[in-house]
Design a binder for this molecule. Structure first.
Ligand code: NAP
Length: 250
């Protein structure tokens, strides 16, 4: 637990109904930020995250919408600003995977993975940016993956989306650096959420053997990096990709 204070900041976490996003939202609230909890298909789970933050003395707002759709993404940002009066931090975390070997991959499964992981981050960034530029401060963090850096068989769509996020991060970081808005990406390795729990046990053992630290990461490992990149201490860090993988692709 870090002593970073984000009181007075407003943060939107996309895809915060479970997994990494839920823990990131909770951790941001613990650090003092007011938090928007975005979801698409799981309103009940997202409400549990919001209620838990509010019960613990934090301030959370349920903010649904499919980030891959232009109108929905714009409306999520609008609702945040209407509700909190401001926004400082955007965590583009919403993501899906539809794994299949390339020769069997349906074009629609390529498109949907690109649309949620990459287009969703573009749209939310697009609609929040005018606000951040005007206030001359802000933080954007894109949830990429080690798979976007190294590739992975069966994940051509997901790897392309996550590599795309690296390009998006670096291009936008350069565009808005003079306005003191930082844009960075995190590249987690294997983190214990449903995405990893769905991997068959024998495959999990093979993956573990390739992780120098000998364990999967936790959502909290990712959340601590988010908190640091949102802090004042990280104000000169932009356009970077921070790998959180127990040394896997070191
Ligand atoms: P997860 O448990 O499957 O959660 C995904 C979240 O994204 C859910 O809250 C889901 O909410 C939301 N979501 C999906 N489609 C959405 C849409 N169209 N609009 C808004 N929200 C949407 O995944 P996770 O493991 O926590 O992963 C979170 C992020 O980290 C993803 O971007 C993932 O690619 C990345 N990542 C994960 C790992 C890992 O090992 N777990 C490693 C590297 C990177 P609803 O159910 O409400 O739609």
């Amino acid at each position: 637990m870090t002593g970073i204070d984000l009181s007075g900041k407003v943060a939107l976490v996309t895809g915060a109904s479970r997994g990494i996003g839920a823990v990131v939202a909770t951790r941001l609230a613990e650090a003092g930020a007011k938090v928007g909890v975005n979801y698409h298909a799981s309103p009940d789970a997202a409400k549990i995250v919001v209620d838990s933050i509010n019960k613990s003395g934090g301030e959370a707002f349920l903010c649904g919408g499919d980030v891959s759709q232009e109108e929905a993404a714009e409306s999520v940002i609008k609702k945040m600003i209407e509700h909190f009066g401001n926004i400082d931090i955007l965590i583009n975390n919403a993501g899906i995977n539809k794994d299949q070997l390339l020769i069997r991959m349906k074009p629609e499964d390529f498109d949907s993975v690109i649309n949620v992981n990459l287009r969703g981050a573009f749209l939310c960034t697009r609609y929040v940016m005018t606000h951040l530029i005007r206030q001359r401060s802000g933080r954007i963090i894109n949830m990429s993956s080690v798979v976007g850096l190294s590739g992975n068989p069966g994940q051509a769509n997901y790897a392309a989306a996550k590599a795309g996020l690296v390009g998006l991060t670096k291009a936008v970081a350069r565009e808005v650096a003079s306005r003191d808005v930082t844009v960075n990406a995190l590249a987690p390795g294997y983190i214990t959420t449903s995405m990893v729990e769905e991997i068959p046990e024998d495959k999990q053992a093979q993956i573990l053997a390739k992780i120098p630290m000998g364990r999967f990461g936790t959502p909290a490992d990712v959340a601590e990096a988010v908190i640091f990149l949102c802090s004042d201490g990280a104000s000169y860090i932009t356009g970077q990709v921070l790998t959180i993988d127990g040394g896997m692709i070191a």
